[in-house]
Design a protein around this ligand. Structure first.
Ligand code: ZN
Ligand code: ZN
Length: 136
């Protein structure tokens, strides 16, 4: 699906700014921070529109946020192959890229009796294949 089809699928108005954000995230392999998305944002959109659009897309489960250990927030598109709630993320400490890991996640710990889980967030950190190749 392209940006227009995604918006239509979610019954959302096809605004230029929403389309822009979706396109940026669709064309990038890794997740992007607000600033990375904004880097190429055309002047026609002001900050308010930009943040409102991000929020709308997140609320409609078109994109999801990933919070890194230094509280940087990155956004990634929800691919149909990736279950929204339960996939882990990989943060490369060398190039700072964040990748959605499309494998089904197993519960990382067994829960003591009496606890109930609503969501699981797993962030793996290390070196991505590209950085490993570059350093050899
Ligand atoms: Zn890397
Ligand atoms: Zn993800």
């Amino acid at each position: 699906m392209n940006a227009e089809q995604i918006l239509k699928h979610h019954n959302l108005k096809n605004t230029g700014c929403r389309k822009f954000i979706i396109n940026e995230l669709l064309t990038n392999e890794s997740a992007l921070s607000e600033n990375e998305i904004k880097k190429t944002l055309p002047d026609l959109f002001d900050r308010v529109t930009f943040y409102r659009s991000l929020k709308t897309l997140e609320e409609n489960n078109i994109i999801h946020r990933i919070v890194l250990h230094d509280s940087t927030v990155k956004y990634a598109i929800n691919k149909e192959a990736v279950p929204v709630a339960d996939h882990a993320h990989f943060h490369c400490k060398k190039c700072d890229s964040v990748t959605c890991l499309e494998t089904q996640m197993q519960m990382p710990v067994s829960l003591p009796a009496g606890f109930s889980v609503d969501s699981v967030e797993v962030l793996l950190e290390g070196t991505c294949p590209e950085c490993i190749t570059k350093n050899v």
